[in-house]
Design a protein around this ligand. Sequence first.
Ligand code: IVH
Length: 747
Amino acid sequence: MSDLFDLNFSPNADDASEKPDEQKTAAQTAQARIQELSEQITQHDKLYYVDAAPSISDAEYDKLFRELENLEEQYPQFLSSDSPTQKVGADTSAETTSPLTIADNFVNRPHFSPMLSIQDVFSDEELATFWQRWQKLSESESPQVTIEPKIDGVALNLIYEQGQLVQALTRGDGTSGDDVLANALTIACVPHSLKGTFIPSRVEVRGEVYMPNQAFHDWNQQREEAGLKLMANPRNATAGAIKLLDSAEVAQRPLSFKAHGFGVLEMGESPIITKTQWQTHDDFNLALRDWGFILNEPQWQATDLEGIQKAIAELNIQRHDFDMGTDGAVVKIADFALRESMGFTARSPRWALAFKYPPDQVETTIKAITIQVGRTGVLTPVAELEPVLVSGTVVSRATLHNQDEIDRKDIRLLDTVVIEKAGEIIPSVVRVCLDKRCHSSEKYCLFDAVNGCCPQCKQEIKQLEGQVAWRCINLSCPAQLSNRIIHFGSRKALDLEALGQAVAESLVKNDLVKHPLDLFTLDEEVLAELNLGDEDKARKLGAKQGTKLLNSLEKARNEQPLSRWVYALGIPQIGEVAAKELSRLHKNFAELMDSPILLELAQLKASDKKDQHPLLSDYQIAAELGPVSAQSLLSYLEREGELLLSQLAQFNIQATSNNYRPKGQTAGSEQGALAGLKFVITGTLSQPRDHFKDLIESHGGKTLSAVSTKVDYLLAGDNAGSKLDKAEKLGVKVLGEADLTQLLESN
Ligand code: IVH
């Protein structure tokens, strides 16, 4: 696999980090930083847990998290109940903090006991501190611990009642998750019923679903041969698979499961064994094996720090031969009674830690430094490297972030450097090998390297006040523009077809598009003739691809909701979740332009609690939409809002909210014409299913994936198959599209 990366992918890529303002007091600076960190961490949580596409390494995430914890400890007056440090579990994703439900067709159910995070540990010193704490808490010099691989997969909570698998919940927010039972049942190593003699009346078996490395590579290769999009890594492929709606499709994916823990354990009337006989991690392992699970092996036992360190070191060697992603070692107190007495913090149990192995590091040389221009004009220096193999990937480029970073590490052309790569995170330069530096080398200055102008449009570059990044300030810079166009059409934005990099660049080069909205001025003829090659060697887009693009633009014009439009504009700090939240609070762009909510939000201080604010309290605004995002949006609207409104009108673009429920009506709340009603959608309807799903949910209804007696209505289109049969058998009412409209009107 190659290491080509899109530097614009990171939500912070265009975020020039701020220098502390000397005018501000220390407290004000801390307050602002707390706010910034909270928003960043929330965003990273979503990327990690929901999208399975983290943009920073665990160690970098941990650094942000600890900085926030420290600041909150120093300035408790700014500690908000909204802070990521105060959430149960690490998943502070949209699924939980926002009143929105991320679109999916699964029923959300509560875990019987919460699914927590583990405290990460990155060094021997931290491990030693943890061990001393354990000695104190256990009142013993040598509490027994188990050391085992930390599986880099997707957490699943399997609930067995009387030995039968009845639910399979994703982590969700740690308190409740999506029931993906039908999908879990397709995984060969998930027992459908527990074997053996000891069958509890109810048990939650916790573990990770993962795609074995070899299977992932084979599967990805098949995709490549079939012309399908490649998956970035096994974890991503797993996260995508487990949320597929068609379990027959899931069955085709080579997924595996290993159990590592349990939630509730209720014995019921089990005559064979009592809870008191199930005392340690070993007993649990025996039970797991009896029940038919594959154990998470190898495992080590230790009763002192040296033993733990030795096991961690051994695992670090062995893990490179595992067929499963392993990014750390989990160390757990073995005795269950002791675990219980040690208890929990808000986010994690006190009886477990995860030692994270440092990312793999390799030496190479910097052949050149090139400059990428992002969609908001930030100039990012990129090291072009002598290609090297790191963690199984050939790496030939690494981001150098900005001039400050280059100065801090004193990175120069032709330097020999140590680079590292953690998982699928963009490779970075750790340090320069000074002993290998050539004598004539000079300090690298980005400004001089580009002669003070944008390498793409040759216009002036500037450093905005208090920011380290150099920016091209020419809004019609072709590099910025083509990146904005690509973002505009990306899957989570307007989902435009046939709009790749070559098309975007050619549209810009040929002066056909000066703003993403100009895409709506294109016609079939122009697109068919669009040259994606160069003057000597023309390569036309062709009529077929051109029509595809036009059809998807038509769909965007009429159907894509406000949230996608807001996200598509690529406004700094406005991610997908913030955009959905904005569309929950506003009906359209006109309302956004004139929004008292935004004005209030932008004024908030880190210590202000939105739920106690006179104007904002009714809105229950998600953590992803805070003052930083609000300020960024306001300044965008101030600059470009008028033009945007007139263009939307000119192109007859609807862009209306499909989730407008501003006050006190969270997604789970029981309000609206369809409040409390559960729907299943099947068959071919006049519009995509998502349209009806949005319609039902925006009126307070819920959509489920399977027909059962709990379902109130089946919305059935043409060729409805087994779901219709089942609904009829169970006496579930069947609606057509017209019946749904009538139901909405009559309610
Ligand atoms: S034990 C928190 N053991 O890592 C309760 N977790 O980053 C104790 N994980 O939520 C969990 N491998 O989903 C445990 N061997 C292992 C694990 C493991 C992976 C996951 C688990 C946990 C997450 C925290």
